[in-house]
Ligand binder design. Structure first.
Ligand SMILES: Nc1ncnc2c1ncn2[C@@H]1O[C@H](COP(=O)(O)OP(=O)(O)OP(=O)(O)O)[C@@H](O)[C@H]1O
Length: 678
C-alpha cells in the first residue's frame, strides 16, 4: 500500500465510507495517516457519583433506580432513568436510542461511561456508553485514540482503517538524517506514526508528538527562511516620497499618537519611502490603535498616486473600516470604495471598473479583493489581517497577477516577539506595545449566574448614562443537547427586564446584509444592548460601549474572551466586563480568574499556557494564528526555536541542501512548498 493510494485500497472501506472520509479531508492513505487523534481516552478508575465534576468524562458503577422513561422533545427521542451508587444519584439520558428502553433493567447494575453535565442545576450523564466488566478491565489503562468524525464515520471505523494503513503502508526512508534526529532527540518518522495513533503509554505518545511537531515546524520554517531570502532582494515598484498628507491627518486627529504608534508608523513610512518592498507585520493588543497606522499608510499610498487596499475578515468590519476611512480621510481628495460579497452584481461591476481605471484610490473589502475579477490599475499597498491567513499563498496569487505591492499585516494575537519573528519569518515585525493614554483599565468581575439581576440593573444604569452594552451568548438558539444561553431567548428575556430600551440580537447565521445593518444601528447608538454570539469578537469598534457581559464564559478560550472584552474600553469611558461562569467546576473558575486579574493579552496567553500545562496535548488553537495540525506555538515554543535553528543552517549555507544525505529534506521541502503555493 502506498501513501498516494486512494483509501478504498484499505480492506473494509467501501464507497459509502470513502464519501464520509472525504468530508474529513481524507482521500488518500497518506491523508488518513495524518488524521491524528483529536484526543486520547483512558477509562481510568471507577468514580463515585458524589465525586463527579461537571465536564469530566467518567466511569460509574451504578444500579438503575427506576423504569427507563421514554420522552420525545421536538424531534429527539430520549430515554432517561435515575441511577445510584451508595454515594448519590444521577439522571442518565440517551438520545435517539429508543431500543435501550427494554435493554436497561431497573435494579440491575451497570458500568456507564459518559460526560458529566449539569442541567437545571443537577448533575447528569448524557449518552453514556455501557461497558461490560471484561471490556472495562481490559481497556482500563489503554490510551484510546479519539478522532474527529463526521456523519456515518465512527471512531471504530477510523481506528480499524488506521491500524491496517499503519501496518501495510510502505513508508520511504526517514527524510531527517540520523544526525539531526540525534541532535534534536527525535524518534523515527515511522515509529512516530504508529505511536501517535496507538501509543502503549503516555511516554510513547509524547515522543511521537514531539517528532510530528518538529516536522511541522521544521518544514514551515525552512520554507519561510527560503522565502525570506528571496524576498530580501525585491526592490520596490512603489516608491512613495510625499508625506505631507499624513502629517496633516495626524494634526487633524482628535488625539495624538502614542509613542508606540508613532514609532511603528515611522518605520512603515520609511519603508514606503525606501527602495525595497515592505513586508511588515504589526502586532498590538486589542484596542492598541492599529487601525490609524493602517489609515496613514493607505493615505500615503493614495497621495503618491497609487492604490491601496485593506482586506478584513468580515463584511461588518469592512463597513466599519470604510466608514472610519471615509470620515478620517474626508477632504484629502482620496476616493474610497467598498467591495463586499453582499453587494449586487451591478454594484460590484461598477466598483471593479473604478479600480481598473484608477478612479478609486483606497479599496476596502473582504477577500473578494484578491479574486480573479479584480484588476488593479496600480496596487501599491495591501493591508490585511492575519485572521485572513493572507499567507504565502495569497501573496503569491498577487505576484502571479504581476503585482508586487507593499504588504502590511495587522495582528491582535499576542505572541512573544521571538516567536513572531520565526512564525512570520518572511515578514518584519513591529509591536504597538502601549495603549492610548486616555484609556481607563477595564474593571472585571467573574460571577455566578445568580448575579444576573444585579448585572442587568448595572447595564441599565450605563445605558441611562448614554452608553451601550454587549451581552455574549455561546449559542444562537435553544438546544436540547447543550445547556447554554442562546441569543434569541436571551434577547426576549432582557427586553422584558429593560422594556424601554432597544435590544437586538446578532449572530453568524444571519444574512450579511442584516448583520451589517444591525452593526450600523448599534454603532450609531440606535440599539442600546446588543446580544450576540462571538461574531463581534474581532475588530468591532464602538467606543461608546462600556459593558461586556459574557454568558457561559467557561465555554470560551481565554484568548477569545480577551478579544471579546477588547470590544469595550475603547474610548475614554470607564468600562466593565462581567464574566458569567455557568459552571461549578474549580478549573473554569481558576481560568476565568486569569482574566479577572489582568487586561494584558500577553500575560493572559502566558497564564493560559501555564494552566493548560504540558498534559494538554493539543492545546487550544489561538484564533487567527498560523495553523498547524498538531503543533501549538505557545506550548511547543522550544521545539519551534530548535526547528528554526536547524532550518537556518540550510538557508545560510545554500549548497548544504544539495548534499546527498539531505536529499530527503529537499524533496519533502519541494512537496511542502508546492502545496503552499498551489
Ligand atoms: N493614540 C490614541 N489616543 C486615543 N485614542 C486612540 C488612539 N489611537 C487609536 N485610538 C482609538 O482607539 C480605538 C481603538 O483603536 P483601533 O480600532 O485601531 O484598535 P485595534 O488596535 O485595531 O484593536 P482591535 O484589535 O481590538 O480591533 C479607536 O476608537 C481609535 O480611534
Amino acid at each position: 500500500m502506498k501513501q498516494e493510494d486512494r483509501i478504498s485500497v484499505i480492506k473494509g472501506i467501501g464507497e459509502k465510507t470513502e464519501t464520509g472520509m472525504a468530508k474529513l479531508g481524507i482521500f488518500k492513505v497518506g491523508d488518513l495517516l495524518e488524521h491524528y487523534p483529536r484526543n486520547y481516552d483512558v477509562y481510568g478508575e471507577i468514580k463515585e457519583i458524589e465525586a463527579l465534576e461537571e465536564g469530566e468524562t467518567a466511569v460509574i458503577e451504578v444500579a438503575v433506580a427506576n423504569l427507563p422513561q421514554r420522552k420525545k422533545v421536538r424531534n429527539l427521542q430520549m430515554i432517561q432513568c435515575w441511577v445510584s451508587d451508595y454515594s448519590g444519584r444521577l439522571l442518565v439520558t440517551w438520545f435517539n436510542m429508543p431500543f435501550l428502553q427494554n435493554k436497561i433493567r431497573m435494579g440491575n447494575h451497570y458500568l456507564f461511561r459518559g460526560k458529566v453535565i449539569r442541567k437545571n442545576g443537577m448533575l447528569g450523564m448524557d449518552q453514556p456508553v455501557i461497558l461490560s466488566k471484561e471490556e472495562y478491565v481490559n481497556q482500563k489503562d489503554v490510551l484510546q485514540p479519539v478522532y474527529a468524525l463526521t456523519a456515518g464515520i465512527t471512531n471504530n471505523m477510523v481506528k480499524k482503517a488506521m491500524s491496517i494503513a499503519i501496518k501495510e503502508t510502505l513508508l520511504d526512508k526517514d527524510y531527517l538524517p540520523a544526525e539531526i534526529r540525534k541532535e534534536c532527540n527525535l524518534i523515527e518518522e515511522k515509529s512516530a506514526l504508529r505511536k501517535i495513533h496507538f501509543p502503549n503509554h503516555l511516554e510513547e505518545l509524547m515522543e511521537a508528538r514531539k517528532r510530528i511537531v518538529f516536522d511541522e515546524f521544521f518544514l514551515f520554517t525552512l520554507a519561510l527562511n527560503y522565502l525570506k531570502k528571496q524576498k530580501e532582494q525585491k526592490s520596490s515598484n512603489f516608491k512613495m516620497l510625499s508625506t505631507e498628507a499624513c502629517e496633516e491627518l495626524m494634526k487633524r486627529l482628535p488625539f495624538s499618537l502614542t509613542e508606540a504608534q508613532r514609532k511603528v508608523w515611522e518605520t512603515i513610512r520609511n519603508e514606503l519611502q525606501g527602495d525595497s518592498q515592505m513586508n511588515r507585520l504589526v502586532q498590538g493588543d486589542v484596542g492598541s490603535g492599529k487601525t490609524i497606522v493602517a489609515e496613514l499608510a493607505l493615505l500615503m499610498t493614495a497621495k503618491n498616486g497609487f492604490q491601496g487596499c485593506i482586506m478584513v475578515p468580515t463584511e461588518v468590519l469592512a463597513k466599519q473600516h470604510f466608514q472610519s476611512l471615509s470620515q478620517d480621510l474626508n477632504g484629502f481628495g482620496v476616493r474610497i470604495v467598498l467591495l463586499i460579497g453582499s453587494m449586487t452584481a451591478k454594484e460590484k461591476r461598477e466598483v471593479y471598473s473604478c479600480i481598473k481605471n484608477h478612479e478609486a484610490d483606497v479599496i476596502v473589502g473582504t477577500h473578494a479583493l484578491i479574486q480573479e475579477t479584480v484588476e488593479y490599475a496600480c496596487l501599491g499597498l495591501v493591508v490585511t489581517d492575519e485572521q485572513h491567513r493572507f499567507g504565502v499563498k495569497q501573496r503569491e496569487a498577487l505576484f502571479n497577477k504581476g503585482l508586487e505591492p507593499h504588504i502590511l499585516v495587522m495582528s491582535a494575537t499576542p505572541i512573544p516577539r521571538t516567536l513572531a519573528l520565526i512564525l512570520y519569518g518572511d515578514l518584519d515585525v513591529s509591536t504597538i506595545d502601549q495603549l492610548p493614554k486616555n484609556r481607563l483599565a477595564i474593571k472585571n468581575c467573574v460571577v455566578a449566574t445568580d448575579y444576573r439581576e444585579k448585572a442587568y440593573r448595572f447595564i441599565e444604569e450605563q445605558v441611562k448614562a448614554g452608553h451601550q452594552a454587549y451581552v455574549i451568548c455561546p449559542m444562537v438558539e435553544e438546544s436540547e443537547v447543550m445547556d447554554a444561553e442562546n441569543v434569541i431567548e436571551y434577547t426576549e428575556k432582557l427586553q422584558s427586564v429593560m422594556p424601554s430600551y432597544q435590544i437586538s440580537f446578532l449572530h453568524g447565521k444571519m444574512k450579511a446584509k442584516e448583520k451589517n445593518q444591525l452593526m450600523e444601528q448599534f454603532s450609531k447608538g440606535e440599539i442600546q444592548v446588543l446580544v450576540a454570539t462571538t461574531v463581534v469578537e474581532v475588530g468591532v469598534n464602538v467606543p461608546n460601549a462600556t459593558v461586556m457581559m459574557i454568558e457561559n464564559a467557561e465555554r470560551f478560550g481565554l484568548a477569545q474572551l480577551h478579544q471579546l472584552r477588547g470590544r469595550v474600553g475603547r474610548g475614554g469611558f470607564q468600562s466593565y466586563c462581567i464574566f458569567v461562569n455557568g459552571s461549578q467546576s474549580k478549573e473554569s473558575k481558576k481560568r476565568l480568574e486569569v482574566l479577572n486579574s489582568s487586561n494584558d493579552g500577553f500575560v493572559i496567553a502566558k497564564e493560559d499556557l501555564k494552566l493548560r500545562g504540558p498534559g494538554d496535548l493539543f492545546g487550544i488553537r489561538q484564533s487567527g494564528m498560523v495553523e498547524f495540525k498538531m503543533a501549538d506555538v505557545y506550548q511547543d515554543a522550544e521545539i519551534l526555536l530548535k526547528a528554526n535553528e536547524i532550518a537556518k543552517r540550510f538557508t545560510e549555507d545554500e549548497v548544504k541542501l544539495l548534499c546527498k544525505k539531505y536529499e530527503g529534506i529537499r524533496s519533502k521541502l519541494q512537496l511542502y512548498t508546492s502545496d503552499l503555493f498551489l
